[in-house]
Design a protein around this ligand. Structure first.
Ligand code: NAD
Length: 474
């Protein structure tokens, strides 16, 4: 277990609190650390420090901020193996996937270090010869960021790198399961000479009071939240009195549409990855497989073959594909959704076992459309497969969800690819692509999957506000 700070990081100082909470690893149930447990008092101190630091940070040049971000990216790279091991200890992701997450985090930090140099304004023509109309872009102010446990490093970087690059200060509350990797990122930010108060990290075992305090604080300009829809809805309501700007990256329930003309080998390989990485605990996981009736038997057989090669086991072993789920509650959800589908007449094609926190990759067929698994996020290696007869039916099934984050489709017909992609109600679509997310592209959803986007220039815009300046020449 790599050494990491366990104190809160407030105003550039490590603040060791008497109240602490225990972080346990899903890998062996052992205690990883006792971490300072922040509440409203620390929230108040952090809000004050973020406000003071913002006054200076917003005036740094983008080149100064880019240099710090770039040093931070280098340090994340230097500490890549420690950070990857931390991720695996904290939430059980197989080590190869944790290393891939660090690569993504480094790429995101580097991308925003460059992109902030392209924050430009505009000049618009006036109908009066002696007037100049200008639009400037300014950082919106101190930001409150809340992140989940499933990608505890890349998700933090995807949120805070654009905020810091824009000139905002950030108060980060990481998930209570994964505070250590976030504190490590803060340590590296300080080492990269990020000024005091620009990034603060407040771990908390009971986030509601701390969050309510910051949501009510008019000095906090924005909330950027990634997590469940239920918590996002609460925070949305809390933002109303201060008209907080909000970015919400919430739950997903991605459908996968496989058409008869698809490259089946590629579709199998990529959807296996898109579903089973992180044991299915990804907001863009391929959660519902819909396959053209004409190829359903062949596709199912090949999919089962590929699933049989997935190795479930020790997440620190180099060849493990599926580690433990994050918690006993996650295993209970896996079991409940499986039982519900079976009770409604589904056929278990493979898997179905759970030992401790390890659940086997599970494929279900012949499901009742009312089954919970079609309507709730699974966040586990449980997957339903269902046939369809027409494009219209495929699209109707894909869109039959309150979520709208990601969707995937496989076809060799360009016209069909456009028709389906245009009809899908979601923010991210992979056409013959099981891994569309990349630093320069937007990542965000519609419907109950959220508001706004992270990634790319859009992720930076979320932290900028327009200043329109009309100048009457003398
Ligand atoms: P969660 O909503 O329970 O927790 C997420 C974060 O919110 C944690 O930091 C948690 O401490 C905090 N939180 C919980 N209650 C809070 C409250 N009352 N006030 C303020 N903060 C509170 O989410 P989870 O179930 O642990 O995480 C998985 C969820 O996150 C899934 O729904 C998944 O789809 C979603 N997610 C979305 C994206 C995306 O980019 N759209 C990415 C990853 C995960």
């Amino acid at each position: 277990m790599p050494l990491t700070p366990t104190a809160a990081f407030i105003e550039g100082r490590w603040t060791d609190l008497e109240t602490r909470f225990v972080v346990r690893s899903p890998v062996n149930q052992q205690m990883l650390a006792e971490v300072s447990d922040c509440g409203t008092r620390e929230a108040e101190a952090a809000a004050q420090a973020a406000t003071v630091a913002f006054a200076t940070w917003r005036q740094t040049t983008v080149y100064q901020r880019a240099a710090i971000l770039s040093r931070w990216a280098d340090l994340i790279q230097v500490h890549a193996e420690d950070l990857a091991r931390l991720i695996t200890w904290e939430m059980g992701k197989p080590i190869r996937q944790s290393r891939a997450e660090i690569k993504t985090a480094v790429a995101l930090a580097r991308w925003y270090a460059e992109e902030c140099k392209r924050i430009t304004g505009e000049s618009i023509p006036s109908q009066f010869p002696d007037k100049r109309l200008q639009i400037w872009k300014a950082p919106i102010g101190p930001v409150f960021a809340i992140t989940p446990w499933n990608s505890p490093v890349s998700m933090v970087v995807r949120k805070i790198a654009p905020a810091l690059a824009a000139g905002c200060t950030v108060i980060l509350k990481p998930d209570e399961q994964t505070p250590l990797s976030a504190l490590k990122l803060a340590e590296l930010w300080a080492e990269a000479e990020g000024p005091a108060g620009t990034l603060q990290v407040l771990p908390s075992s009971d986030p509601a009071p701390l969050a309510e305090r910051l949501m009510a604080d008019p000095r906090i300009a924005k909330l950027s939240f990634t997590g469940s829809t239920a918590v996002g809805q609460k925070l949305y309501a809390q933002g109303s009195p201060t008209i907080k700007r909000l970015s919400l990256e919430l739950g997903g329930h991605a459908p996968v549409l496989i058409f008869a003309d698809a490259d089946i080998a590629a579709a199998v390989a990529m959807t296996i990855h898109a579903k089973f990485r992180y044991a299915g605990q990804s907001c863009v996981a391929a959660n519902r497989l819909y396959v053209d009736d004409a190829i359903l038997p062949e596709f199912t057989a090949r999919y089962l073959e590929a699933m049989s090669h997935l190795k479930v086991g020790d997440p620190f072993a180099e060849d493990t594909d599926i580690g433990p789920l994050v918690s006993e509650a996650a295993v209970q959800k896996f079991k409940a959704q499986l039982q519900d589908a079976l009770d409604r007449g589904a056929r278990l094609l493979c898997g179905g076992d759970a030992q401790g926190l390890w659940c086997s990759p599970t494929l279900l067929a012949d499901l009742d459309p009312q089954s919970r698994i079609f309507h709730e996020e699974s966040f586990s290696p449980l997957l339903p497969i269902q046939g369809f007869r027409s494009e219209a039916e495929a699209v109707a099934r894909a869109n039959d969800t309150p979520y709208g984050l990601a969707a995937y489709l496989w076809t060799r017909d360009l016209g069909r690819a456009y028709r389906i992609a245009e009809a899908l109600q979601c923010g991210i679509i992979g056409v013959n692509d099981g891994a569309p997310a990349t630093p320069q592209a937007p990542f965000g959803g519609s419907k109950l999957s959220g508001l706004g986007a992270e990634g790319g220039k859009w992720g930076l815009e979320e932290f900028l506000q327009l200043h329109y300046v009309s100048i009457q020449l003398p």
